[in-house]
Design a protein around this ligand. Sequence first.
Ligand code: GTP
Ligand code: MG
Length: 197
Amino acid sequence: MKIKTADFVISNSKVDKCPDSKLPEYAFIGRSNVGKSSLINMLTGRKTLAKTSAKPGKTQLINHFLINNNWHLVDLPGYGYAKVSKSTKRTFQKFITAYFEKRKQLICAFVLIDSRHKPQKIDMEFMQWMGEHEIPFCIIFTKADKLKPKALEQNINNYQQEMLEYWAEMPEFFISSANTGMGQEEILDYIDNINES
Ligand code: GTP
Ligand code: MG
């Protein structure tokens, strides 16, 4: 898929205030700092569309972007960032889960996992929660440029093994780098295929 237009629409803290639209929607979720906003910029080829930061906790709202005037891409705050206050953290969790529970337009969520790390409990629990709520999701392993190809392969193999302890099969997954553009075509084609079907 070629991105012809990518426009910011609105930021919200309440799912009820998100765009009242029938367009298909794809959301990016994962731990704070995993690279959600950077990936959105890489996918759309717009360096500053979504706000990024080296400090975790940058994205604090539900951000809608309109792509090619025919689907929405959504940047969400991260989960599991210990340094925000307990009450802020709870608000994140509440509106993140509310978003997934209520947003009927959501076609698929992309759960981002840092390819450098061993499986983390919080990600496993989040995917479990998605499964229990029957919310379709894929995995994207991020920051692939930070590992040598062998180590990357090893980590992803390990991750699959761990997933298969809980899941009958490995969800669809992609490998990405916001720095090199790795994964761009595959992820956009995946979305395109669903939108066309
Ligand atoms: P929150 O909004 O705080 O939840 O974070 P986020 O998941 O949106 O992460 P963000 O895109 O802001 O990126 C966090 C940091 O990781 C930034 O310093 C990015 O430059 C860096 N980063 C993101 N993706 C990549 C990548 O693919 N490769 C490398 N090397 N760095 C990355
Ligand atoms: Mg962000």
